[in-house]
Design a protein around this ligand. Structure first.
Ligand code: ADP
Ligand code: MG
Length: 401
């Protein structure tokens, strides 16, 4: 497997300083973490390393500070939450590089953990500046990356540092992402079905093209369906359409036909005159969409059709909600797909969801446990599915190397 990377399990870490990149980019309000999902997601790697008596140095970004320290983006609230989850002290350094950080890392005992202040307080982080990467490398004797969500960016803490700090291996969260997404990309059990939706074709065209080469069926909902329907000459009313992508949509349709990929477009949709739910809505055949109406969800007949195309699937990748699911009246298609997909894992299928909004929708459905994998990396999972090399992944050592 192309994505088989060495992990912390192959790491000799006892009494050694382990510099680990994590994704602690969590929401903070009034100095407290309001959703600790991402911290919790890194806990298995953190606990494993501490149990192995490593001296753990954690680094992360938080938010988008502009070029320097900014109290709004401090990781201090994360330190508190982490200490709470670990029921242990978490040492702190006010800077992620330099004398303060080096002294804090040197002071660590076996099985102790240190959290560094926000990496992005230094603009050199996002520029992948070599001397900044070297400064980070001085804090560890080896390197672990457990931050899949930033692996598509070649930053100093995800890529640059691995030139100076070896071995560089994957954490458990990173490994899980690579296992599930890598399988979907390289070795899927069939039938393999992709469900695509969301707002725009333009941001997803590379995913569509890449998946078209792999899947047996492609089910299309969300706003992007209307660009396809318009390309077929159907009325779309005031639906969200990308007119500059009509030719692209025609190409995808032709390509699917040529490759024998079954591309399924909705036959009905939920129509309304207001995307915010402030006007009445009704389901109708897509051909009957009025000039003042917009399609805000797939319709019930389409959902039933999608369900029948999903039922025998052995691999399913889903990206992009089927409708404006943030409005409860337009959430039925998205929740319906979540429901159908949630029944497949028990039948031996691998079900993977990628994309920030799609994962949020599945969590909202309450069925998250019944999916094989919800990808934590929105942009990273999309780039992975596009077949792009993620610099933060490529930088890690291959298993067997
Ligand atoms: P993801 O984050 O999972 O990759 P996207 O960001 O591409 O998904 O798309 C999510 C957005 O698409 C949601 O905010 C949803 O409201 C919107 N959307 C889905 N269907 C429609 C539609 N028919 N019209 C307008 N917006 C839509
Ligand atoms: Mg999104």
């Amino acid at each position: 497997m192309r994505f088989a990377k060495k992990t912390v399990q192959q790491l000799d870490c006892a009494s050694r300083r382990v510099l680990m990149r994590v994704d602690f980019n969590v929401p903070v309000a009034d100095g407290a973490v309001t959703d600790d999902t991402r911290i919790a997601a890194a806990m298995s790697t953190i606990r494993y390393l501490l149990q192995k008596r490593a001296r753990l140095v954690l680094c992360s970004h938080l938010g988008r500070p502009k070029g320097g320290p900014d109290a709004r983006f401090t990781l201090r609230p994360v330190r508190e939450r982490l200490a709470h989850l670990l029921r242990a002290d978490v040492a702190w350094a006010d800077d992620c590089v330099g004398p303060v950080a080096e002294a804090a890392a040197a002071a660590l005992g076996d099985g102790q953990v240190l959290l560094l202040e926000n990496l992005r307080f230094h603009p050199e982080e996002e520029k992948n500046d070599p001397s900044f990467a070297q400064a980070l490398a001085r804090l560890g004797d080896c390197y672990v990356n457990d931050a899949f969500g930033t692996a598509h960016r070649a930053h100093a803490s995800t890529e640059g540092v691995t030139h100076y700090l070896k071995p560089a291996v994957a954490g458990f969260l990173m490994k899980t992402e690579l296992d599930y997404l890598g399988t979907a990309l390289e070795d899927p059990k069939r039938p393999y079905v992709a469900v695509l939706g969301g707002s725009k074709i333009s941001g997803k065209i590379d995913v569509i093209t890449s998946l078209l080469h792999k899947v047996d069926r492609l089910l299309i909902g969300g706003a992007m369906m209307f660009t396809f329907l318009k390309a077929q000459g159907k009325p779309v009313g005031r639906s969200l359409v990308e007119d500059d992508r009509l030719e692209l949509a025609r190409q995808v349709l032709a390509d699917a036909a040529k490759r024998g990929v079954e591309l399924v477009l909705p036959g009905d949709c939920v129509a309304s005159t207001a995307p915010d739910g402030s006007a009445p809505s009704s389901a109708k055949a897509v051909e009957l969409l009025g000039p003042d109406e917009m399609g805000v969800d797939i319709g019930p007949a389409t959902l039933a059709g999608f369900a029948s195309k999903l039922r025998d699937a052995k691999t399913v990748v889903w990206n992009g909600p089927m409708g404006i699911f943030e409005v409860p009246a337009f959430a039925a298609g998205t929740m319906g797909v979540a429901k159908v997909m949630s029944e497949l894992k028990a039948r031996g299928a691998v079900t993977v969801v990628g994309g920030g909004d799609s994962v949020a929708a599945v969590q909202q459905s309450g069925l998250a446990e019944r999916f094989s994998h919800l990808s934590t990396g929105g942009g990273a999972s999309l780039e992975f599915l596009e077949g792009k090399v993620l610099p933060g992944v490529a930088a890690l050592e291959d298993l067997g190397a």
